[in-house]
Design a protein around this ligand. Structure first.
Ligand code: HEC
Length: 266
């Protein structure tokens, strides 16, 4: 290797190594690595389950203020392509998804935004913090974070809600899925000196679901929130394929034209 190449390799490697060391020191506190959510926004059955879980377990507190019920239903496969008439979908939404009513007692319409009745002020009083709208959380936090968060609640008597969270220290949200997942505690493996070993979550009291069933449920929820944060991703791949097909066709035509133009000149 010549000297100048060696110098460049050095210049590039040093910051990487330094950042790596800083990163691992910073992460040594209470954190566990994020778990991989492996979501698939094209798995419509999973999105449909996620939609249902979301309105049942989350929407009491978290709105999705940019989404409309009927648009979500259409996007995630409850549509004519799959044999659902508009009436079928409206019926399904009214019976299984929409639980809110206006002041006159009329059920929220299927074309309305997924806002909920919890006012920010009431939430602030109840939880000492605001309850965020989750429309964009799939992008701001990412699927792996959401998945790890929903699996990361553990008992902590020092907290007002009785729980803390491994990826969100001192979280204000109660563990609303606690009866399903069960209740975990945070344990530290034996470490040397005053340093604890790696922390790990241990299920102390099992819930109604097995760990595998709970993982599946929170994966569906994560998948749904990932879709909600960018509905266009469902159609983007199809558009991409058309663009590539078009470019290939155009290349073919351009090539034939080029041959035609130059054939008498050579
Ligand atoms: C009882 C009300 C309540 C319910 C029900 C609830 N949450 Fe929360 N959630 C909160 C509060 C309050 C916060 C804010 C926590 C904080 O800032 O400390 C929060 C925060 C979050 C965050 C982190 C947002 C961010 O970027 O900081 C996510 C993700 C989340 N909730 C997902 C869910 C999901 C999924 C469900 C349904 C399984 C759910 N929540 C049900 C009250 C609730």
């Amino acid at each position: 290797m010549s000297n100048s190449i060696r110098k460049w390799v050095f210049v590039l490697l040093v910051p990487i190594v330094v950042l790596g060391i800083l990163g691992s020191v910073g992460g040594a506190g209470h954190k566990l690595p994020l778990q991989s959510a492996n979501v698939d926004v094209h798995d419509t059955a999973s999105l449909q389950r996620g939609f249902k879980y979301y309105v049942n377990y989350c929407m009491g507190c978290h709105s999705l203020k940019f989404s409309r019920y009927n648009r979500v239903a259409e996007d995630i496969g409850l549509n004519a392509d799959n044999g659902f008439s508009e009436d079928d979908v409206a019926k399904l939404l009214k019976e299984e998804i929409i639980f809110t009513y206006d002041e006159e007692g009329k059920q929220t319409k299927t074309g309305e935004l997924m806002k909920n009745a919890y006012s920010p002020k009431a939430a602030a009083q109840a939880f000492g913090t605001s309850v965020p709208d989750l429309s964009l959380v799939g992008r701001s936090r990412g699927p792996d974070w959401i998945y790890s968060y929903l699996k990361g609640f553990y008992l902590d008597p020092s907290r007002p809600t009785g729980v803390n969270n491994i990826v969100f220290d001192k979280v204000g949200m109660p563990h609303v899925l606690g009866n399903l997942q069960g209740w975990q505690v945070l344990e530290h493996a034996e470490g040397e000196g005053e340093h604890h070993g790696a922390p790990k979550l241990v299920l102390q009291k099992p819930g109604k679901l097995s760990p595998a069933e709970y993982d599946k449920m929170v994966r569906d929820l994560t998948n749904f929130l990932t879709y909600v944060s960018e509905p266009a991703q469902l159609s983007r791949y199809t558009i991409g394929i058309f663009v590539i097909l078009f470019l290939l066709l155009f290349f073919g035509v351009a090539y034939l034209l080029e041959k035609e133009y130059w054939k008498d000149i050579h």
